[in-house]
Write a protein that binds this ligand. Structure first.
Ligand code: WQD
Length: 339
């Protein structure tokens, strides 16, 4: 009799998904991964196994195929689902809005439908601070108004949360939506980390690829923002601290400690850092000089976002411990491990 709770991690070979799969296994959960490999690599499965000594069960399934999703749930009794599987490049979503809505929302709907049909009661949703747009007040807490999304990607997260409101209202399900700020860094083993395809959209992989000589220089998008050094402010959260929050959130649901059937938590450090402060931290901790240029602002960027994470700290018993410098050290170690 296997007493371990079995958890489905969709998108589990991706950046945050793979770190969460490791954290779940280390917390004693059995992990089964579904991934369509559209934005991830199969070798990550071996790396997870190398870190924990336990190979997660893996199924390559496109969540847009309802029959395959249903067949999976009929053949695999799971106790909960952590749903990461989604496209997440803001710029790309502007070019390909229908692909983003179809992939992110149809995938979500097929998983929820299969959960209903197969009596799976616990669901963790990978959401984003982008649902707040440019918030009026810092730090941003969960009561901040949801503003008109700046991109189709952000819209899929807002619509996803609205779908979940209807899902829990109609069925006896328990859901937690986790709104990430900016995930950064890599596992201390340097065996898993961020694997952007093509030219990175996000800051930190562009920094590490510049330091590795793969990019000539980092373009700092905008130096005329109304901030302490003119560059934009974000809340950079270490990916392993983020993974830990997912384990705590899932455990909260399984142990029926949730206070309502749909809870929302901001996952950030509560500390805002400017782009130049990220560059400085990277240079200092890795003892190197980064080649960067101050250029025009990037369209769609907000000026400032950092989290009030007190709800997650109080309710999940979660405390992000890792400094920006340590995150930057792990990011560089991971980059150097890549061929
Ligand atoms: C961070 C800062 C850029 C690249 C995105 C998604 C959001 C969430 C987090 C998933 C900004 C600046 C960046 C570069 C730069 N992802 N920058 N040069 O835009 O805050 O949020 O990641 O949930 O949905 O939108 O992250 O890393 O792209 O940018 O100066 O080459 O770095 O202008 O100020 P962002 P980012």
């Amino acid at each position: 009799m296997n007493l371990k709770q079995k958890i489905l991690v969709t998108g589990g070979l991706g950046y945050i998904g793979s770190h969460t799969a490791v954290a779940l296994q280390e917390a004693g959960y059995e992990v089964v991964i579904i991934d369509d490999l559209s934005n991830s690599e199969l070798f990550v499965l071996d790396r997870i196994t190398q870190i924990t000594g336990i190979e997660p069960e893996f199924h390559q399934i496109d969540l847009k195929d309802a029959d395959l999703v249903n067949e999976f749930f009929q053949n695999n009794k799971v106790d909960g689902v952590i749903h990461f599987a989604a496209h997440k490049a803001v710029g790309e979503s502007v070019q390909k809005p229908l692909m983003y809505h179809k992939n992110n929302l149809l995938g979500l709907l097929n998983v929820l439908e299969a959960m209903k049909e197969n009596e799976v009661d616990h669901f963790i949703f990978s959401s984003s601070c982008t649902v707040y747009g440019q918030a009026d007040k810092m730090p941003i807490d969960e009561s901040a108004p949801i503003k008109k999304a700046e991109s189709p990607y952000a819209k899929t997260k807002q619509i996803g949360e609205e779908i979940l409101e209807d899902f829990v209202a109609a069925f006896e399900k328990n859901v937690i939506s986790l709104r990430y700020f900016n995930p950064v860094g890599a596992h201390p083993s340097a065996l898993i980390g961020e694997l952007p395809k093509g030219v990175p959209n996000n800051l930190v992989p562009f920094v590490t690829q510049t330091a590795a000589g793969m990019r000539e220089f980092l373009s700092v998008f905008g130096s005329d923002y109304p901030t302490r050094d003119g560059t934009a402010i974000r809340d950079y959260i270490y990916v392993c601290d983020l993974a830990d929050a997912h384990v705590k959130a899932l455990t909260r649901l399984i142990q029926k400690q949730n206070k309502s059937n749909l809870e929302v938590f901001n996952l950030g450090t509560g500390i805002g850092s400017t782009v130049l402060e990220v560059v400085k931290a990277f240079e200092t901790v890795n003892n190197l000089k980064l080649n960067y240029k101050l250029v025009e602002r990037r369209a769609g960027d907000i000026i400032e976002a950092f989290a009030d994470n007190s709800l997650a700290e109080n309710e999940l018993g979660w405390k992000p411990e890792t400094s920006l410098e340590e995150s930057m050290r792990t990011a560089w170690e991971w980059q150097r491990s890549l061929p």
